[in-house]
Structures are given as C-alpha cells and as structure tokens.
Design a protein around this ligand. Structure first.
Ligand SMILES: Nc1ncnc2c1ncn2[C@@H]1O[C@H](COP(=O)(O)OP(=O)(O)OP(=O)(O)O)[C@@H](O)[C@H]1O
Ligand SMILES: [Mg+2]
Length: 363
C-alpha cells in the first residue's frame, strides 16, 4: 500500500475535502458568504461541506446535512423524475450545469433557486465531486410576476377603454341614427294619437341610448376635452343625486394626453360613484390644477369616511383601480380618511409634455 492510498480513508468525501479545503483562508471566505449557498458534493451527490449562505437559504445546520444526499433539496416530482441525478450526470459530462427551479428548505417551504453545479476533477481527470452554488431568486421571481401582473392590468384597462369607446360609438351612431330615421318615417304617416305615443316612446329610447353611450364614454371627452367632460359629469351627478359639488379647475389641459385624460376622468367618476354609494355626504369639493409639468387632483367629501388603514376588503376594486391608473401614469395617489371625518383623495400626475425639439418642457 502506498502512502498516497493510505492517506485516503474509506470516507468518499475525504479526497474532495482535502483537495479543496486545505487553503484555510479560501475556506473561511467561502464559509462566510451569506448570499449564496456554496457547498461541495462528493461524486455520489452527498453533501460534503456547508457554508453560512447554505444554512441561511436552506435552513439546515452543517451537522444535520453533511453526509446526506443533495436530492433532499429537490421537490418530490423532481426526485421522481430523476432530476438530481441527471444534473450530476450532465455536470460530470459537460463540466457544468445551470438550472432555475423550485427547491425545498428544511421546513418544507419552497424557494426559487438559480443553481450551478460544477464537476471537480483531480489532475488526472478523476471525478472528485461537485461544487454547488445556489442563489435564492424568490424575490426576483415575485418582482417579475408583479411586473407581468401590472403590464397585464394596464393592457386590460386600455382594452376595456377601447371596447367601451367602440360600443359607445355603435350605440350612438348606429342605433341612435336608426331610431332617429324611424321617428322621421313615422312622422310622414297619418298623425294619429297612436303614432304620437310611439314617437314619444322613441324619444325616450333615443334618450336612453345617449345616456348609456355617454356612461360608457362621454362623447364630450373626445369632442371637447377633459375639463368639459368633468364639468358634464359633475352636472350629471348633481342633477341625478341632488348632491352639492364644488368644482374648481385651474390651468390648461393642453399637456394632458389622451390616456391621462381618460384616467383622470375615470378617477373623478369612480370617486363620485363612491361618494354616492358610501359617503352619505352633503358636499363634495373637486379641485384640479394643471401646470406645465404636473396635474393635481383633489376630491374630498364631508361624509361618513372609512378606516383606510384597514386594508382592502375582498371584492372591492375601485380604489385599487384608481391606484393602478395613477401608477401607470407615473403619479402618486393618497387616500386620507377616518370614520366620521369624510374621505379625501389626493392625486399628482407628472405631465411629460415635450417641446417641438423633443426636450421635456421645464416645470
Ligand atoms: N367617499 C367615501 N366615503 C366613505 N367610504 C368610502 C368612500 N370611498 C370609498 N369608501 C370605502 O372604501 C371601500 C373601498 O372602496 P372601493 O371603491 O375600492 O370599493 P367599492 O366601492 O366597495 O366597490 P367597487 O369595486 O364596486 O368600487 C368602500 O367599500 C367604502 O367602505
Ligand atoms: Mg367603488
């Protein structure tokens, strides 16, 4: 028996550890890393070393995990599909394998991991084992999911607006015109009492069609602009609900593009719907002020208020949707209220109006 072989005991981890762990300062460095789980596997996939990051990410102490097979980090379906062993085989053949997927902590909770397994060989090319570096990517995955959800919500919102606009157009232009034509045809017939009644009924239907179309998207928003549309909305709510609404508008609306003006209109519409539904208010004040660089909007009522610190109740989307619209415009929104103290909504939206030379307008 040679000296070299005598130095290698039966424990399969020994050559690996002695080959890679004899540099004390390097070992200390690896052990201290918190952000990555860095550890060695022997050639069979049993854990040989453990660092602080591995403990933090996976939850095991070194004495609990060293010697156990690394497949304990994989979810059951991956184990059933032979994934841990496959990854070792690929790393052994190709030198390295990288994977992203769910892994399991000691407490059975899952985390989204980026894993790199590198084969370690001695000078003669004999496989010593593997180095495994695992990074917890769960936060990043959640951020990506959130980003997707937000993009989807923006897309759904603009699709909904387009759909509303086209239904409103159809109702107004097509159905409205046909009813008007029918009414004219009737007037050419014998002017009996029955026909007069029918004409009155048609007038009522025309009125309904206009009201439904305007509710979906007021033509005044496209024809006369945001300020006129808000004025129309406020008059409509005043008349229908006998509510005192003070409206103050300051500045120019020229810097507000179509999507911002649709959003501001919908914010006021949703806020007024809430006042009517929830507030039991006697007075509402709406203030809109636009400068070259920003538009501020305040809507406050003197009604019963609500506890806004309690978080969102299931199935309520009004305030959430307002927040989402404002966020998409790069603005901020704040809800201030408490029981018995009215409800106040403060919005600030930046206006990125550009001068003809493409330079953003100065504030
Ligand atoms: N002006 C207000 N005065 C008093 N409470 C309000 C006012 N606006 C909103 N709230 C409270 O905040 C809650 C959330 O409002 P939100 O608009 O998100 O949902 P909702 O109006 O109940 O339902 P929807 O999804 O149809 O809008 C309301 O249920 C109500 O309790
Ligand atoms: Mg609502």
């Amino acid at each position: 028996m040679t000296n070299a072989s005598a130095a290698v005991p039966d424990d399969p981890r020994a050559p690996l550890s002695s080959a890679l762990q004899n540099d004390a300062s390097f070992r200390l460095l690896v052990e201290a890393v918190e952000d990555y789980a860095i550890f060695l596997l022997d050639a069979h996939g049993n854990v040989a070393t453990w660092n602080s990051g591995a403990k933090r990410i996976k939850g095991y102490d070194a004495r609990e995990i060293v010697g156990r097979h690394f497949s304990v980090f994989y979810p059951p379906d991956d184990i059933a599909a032979g994934k841990p062993q496959n990854e070792l085989s690929i790393a052994a053949q190709a030198g390295r394998v990288e994977d992203e997927g769910w892994r399991v902590r000691k407490d059975a909770s899952r985390f989204w991991a980026n894993v790199v397994i590198t084969a370690l060989r001695d000078a003669r090319g004999n496989l010593l084992g593997f180095a495994k570096v695992t990074r917890d990517m769960t936060d990043r995955l959640r951020l990506t999911e959130l980003q997707h959800a937000r993009e989807l919500s923006a897309h759904v919102q603009s699709a909904l607006e387009n759909e509303r606009a086209s239904i409103a157009r159809e109702l107004h232009d097509d159905l409205g015109q046909q009813l008007a034509a029918l009414k004219m045809q009737l007037s050419t017939l014998d002017a009996g009492a029955q026909i007069a009644a029918m004409q009155t009924q048609i007038d009522t239907i025309i009125g309904s069609v206009r009201r439904i179309a305007a509710g979906l998207r007021p033509p005044v928003l496209d024809d006369l602009g945001l300020f006129a549309a808000i004025d129309w909305l406020v008059c409509d709510v005043r008349r229908r609900y006998d509510l005192t609404i003070q409206l103050h508008i300051e500045g120019e609306e020229g810097g507000i593009d179509t999507s911002a003006s649709t959003s501001v209109f919908r914010l006021v519409q949703e806020a007024l719907t809430n006042v009517v539904r929830h507030a039991q208010a006697s007075e509402v004040r709406i203030a809109i002020a636009c400068t070259r660089s920003r538009c501020t909007l305040t809507i406050e009522d003197d009604g019963c208020g609500a506890d806004v610190t309690r978080g969102r109740a299931a199935g309520t989307f009004g305030l959430l949707g307002m927040g989402e619209r404002v966020r998409q415009l790069g603005g901020v929104i704040e809800f201030r209220s408490a029981p018995g103290e009215g409800f106040r909504i403060l919005v600030e939206i930046p206006l990125t109006r550009r001068a003809d030379n493409g330079v953003p307008a100065s504030p």
